[in-house]
Design a protein around this ligand. Structure first.
Ligand code: 2RA
Length: 312
């Protein structure tokens, strides 16, 4: 769908002033966020982390601009809808309480895209998830660290970690975000709360987030217990109906997807759906998605499209 874009601007910190970035056929000069005039902007995407969102979003919304925020800063504010269009689009109606809509964590998005249709049918009781998160989730410098550390290893050199807590080349670790008092990490805690806000407040979850030496796309192993009867075949039938999911059925030749297979792709790939024989009404699944697309930018763009379609 094409919309008429009258004004489009790119804004960032002072370090990036004057830099050129491409938007389709346009070249945009980056201006400074400090003096940016939001009064001419209908929708602003904030993708610069919690500190910038906290400091600058109120200034944007006070000028009548609607903000779609990728940071976690407003996600748990009861007056800010946290939206994954495939899962809880109806919550978007509350966008105008604060003129802010939050977009969830890059793992929450593929999880709820997959599980909400199953919840509608069989009601989720408990989710156990282990994530395998690529380094792009931690930004460009983190991608550079994996690249340079890997290269260094091949010439028997060592590049000490700067961005990550441990060596990421040829390694992995269960440490994303900071540690909480109870031993969980902030990343794991956020995903649990987001599942409750999007699916329903009674969904229990246990999450372990792991950083892996992959550049793009996250993978997630899920074990999900339902209140009502459901089996793998029924789940496949339900998920086949979703336009946002590519299902890799056990009857397919290619039975599963890996991060490299899905990088650059807009779908959530669901594979290896199987009955958990240790417990009734429980399924295991494997999902992969491009964390920069459906896990981030694409979800924010989908929110904007729905906003335009329904309200602007
Ligand atoms: C990560 N989920 O992968 C984070 C980014 N928000 O580090």
């Amino acid at each position: 769908k094409k919309y008429n874009i009258a004004v489009i601007g790119a804004t960032a910190s002072n370090d990036s002033i004057g830099t050129d970035i491409q938007f389709g056929n346009l070249t945009l000069k980056v201006s400074t966020l400090d003096n940016f005039n939001f009064s001419k902007i209908d929708i602003a995407f904030f993708a610069a982390g919690s500190k910038i969102s906290r400091e600058h979003i109120p200034q944007a919304t006070s000028k009548g601009c609607i903000v779609i925020d990728k940071s976690s800063f407003f996600r748990f504010d009861k007056d800010v809808p946290l939206i994954v269009p495939e899962a809880n689009l109806s919550d978007i109606k509350n966008y105008n309480i604060k003129n802010i809509i939050a977009s969830p964590n890059c793992c929450t998005i593929p999880i709820v895209t997959t599980l909400k249709p199953l919840d509608n049918e069989a009601i989720i009781k408990r989710i156990v998830a282990s994530t395998y998160q690529s380094v792009s989730g931690a930004g460009k410098l983190a991608m550079d660290e994996l690249y340079n550390q890997t290269k260094a290893k091949y010439i028997f050199d060592d590049l000490p970690p700067k961005i990550f807590p441990k060596q990421i080349a040829f390694n992995l670790f269960p440490h994303i975000g900071d540690f909480n008092q109870d031993g969980s990490t902030t990343e794991e805690f956020k995903i649990s709360l987001e599942l409750e806000k999007i699916i329903n407040p009674y969904v229990k979850s246990n999450i372990t987030c792991v950083r892996v030496p992959v550049f793009i796309s996250h993978a997630i192993s899920l074990n999900v217990e339902f209140k009502k009867q459901i089996n793998a075949k029924e789940a496949e039938k339900i998920l086949k109906e979703s336009d946002s999911i590519k299902l890799h059925s056990i009857s397919d030749k290619l039975q599963y997807s890996s991060p490299i297979d899905v990088a650059g792709d807009d779908f959530v790939h669901v594979s290896r759906i199987r009955n958990d024989k240790s417990q009734k009404n429980t399924l295991s699944l494997w999902i992969t998605s491009d964390n920069l697309r459906k896990g981030a930018a694409l979800n924010a763009v989908q929110i904007a499209e729905e906003l335009v379609k329904q309200y602007l």
